[in-house]
Design a protein around this ligand. Structure first.
Ligand code: ADP
Length: 334
């Protein structure tokens, strides 16, 4: 597991419950989504109605699960949490839907990975609060309509564009979650440190924030590793120095690149003069699978403007040379 990976590992899951903001006021950043959602929820409450269905799009670890819990809390409603891959058959979804209580929030993570029949059942459930339960098989099968209490679906997906338009259109509101600015992550780190009872200096929080790839989940994870280091090697207080030293040990550099990211850049710069080089060639040079380079390392390098994917192959940008402390070879003169 990568320290800078975005999916929740076992330890994340164990502590995340304690670190989750409980209401919109506590939720750091995402001003636009927060403001829009605040209006949606206030209006629903004023009407005494169930809130509209909400779609949240954005990378893992940006706070989609947290927001869904806040929506439920603000509506004074219970929440049920499941995910697209957990719903194999339409029957699985029917079972969940038919057990919802009035006003309940259903959080469906990775909604783009639901099976087709389940998806179609969901259309009707979202629009008419009704499902057709199919009883029997073959020509004798009959559809028995089942009324559902009004509920709020909160769907989460990495990209809204992954959803079929008919599903996307059934959400009353779509919130696009952005990566967090360093100053916002600093606030996340300070808040988590307080909850974990860890003493941290402003510059220590800034150091962790700068290495967290715009992602609160990573910021919280790095904070825990730095806390360990500060306890073992120091007096437990997180300063800029302890944070930098600890993350050096874990091979997460000043910009949040880890060993794999740096290996890809190093190969690209040292062996191929900054490219262009084909993905397969680059992967062999790094000693990794093509998919690992393409899906695990590259997205962040591209986002950071360190690497570009071009039709002729991968190229390093001037920022990559600078970040790795290397000078590009002289261009051939005229
Ligand atoms: P997602 O569902 O998008 O993968 P989560 O909601 O599980 O992300 O958030 C991951 C972790 O990051 C949680 O521990 C949560 O406390 C923290 N977190 C996410 N967004 C924020 C935020 N805006 N403010 C404070 N903490 C946050």
């Amino acid at each position: 597991d990568r320290l800078v990976g975005t999916d929740a590992d076992g330890e994340d899951r164990a502590v995340e419950a304690a670190l989750r903001p409980k209401d919109l006021g506590e939720f750091v950043g995402q001003e636009r989504v927060r403001e829009q959602l605040d209006l949606v929820l206030k209006a629903a409450r004023a009407r005494g109605a169930t809130a509209d269905h909400v779609l949240l799009s954005g990378a893992p670890g940006l706070g989609k699960t947290t927001l869904s819990m806040i929506i439920a809390a603000e509506m004074g409603a219970p929440i049920r949490i499941t995910s697209g891959p957990a719903i194999q058959h339409a029957g699985d979804l029917a079972a969940i839907l038919s057990s919802l209580t009035e006003g309940e929030v259903l959080f469906l993570d990775e909604i783009h990975r639901m099976s087709r029949p389940a998806e179609e059942m969901l259309y009707m459930a979202m629009e008419d609060f009704r499902v057709d339960v199919i009883v029997g098989k073959g020509p004798g099968a009959t559809a028995i309509p089942l009324e559902l209490p009004p509920f709020t679906l909160v769907g989460a997906t990495t990209r809204a564009g992954l959803l079929p338009p008919p599903l996307r259109d059934r959400f009353g509101f779509t919130g696009h979650m952005e990566f967090y600015a360093p100053a916002e992550l600093e606030r996340v780190v300070h808040r988590s440190a307080r909850l974990l009872d860890v003493e941290i200096e402003g510059e220590g929080a800034a150091e962790i924030a700068g290495r967290s790839r715009g992602t609160p989940r990573i910021a919280n994870r790095l904070l825990r590793r730095v806390r360990d280091y500060a306890q073992v090697k120091g007096d437990g207080v997180i300063t800029q120095r302890t944070a930098a030293q600890a993350l050096e040990v874990y091979e997460v550099d000043a910009r949040g690149l880890d060993r794999l990211d740096r290996a890809v850049l190093t190969a690209l710069l040292k062996l191929f003069g900054g490219g262009p080089v084909g993905l397969s060639t680059l992967a062999v040079a790094v000693g990794e699978e093509r998919e690992t380079v393409e899906e695990v390392a590259e997205p962040f390098l591209v986002r950071e403007g360190l690497l570009a994917r071009t039709p002729r192959g991968r190229i390093a940008t001037p920022a990559a040379w600078e970040h790795m402390g290397m000078t590009p070879p002289q261009q051939a003169g005229p």
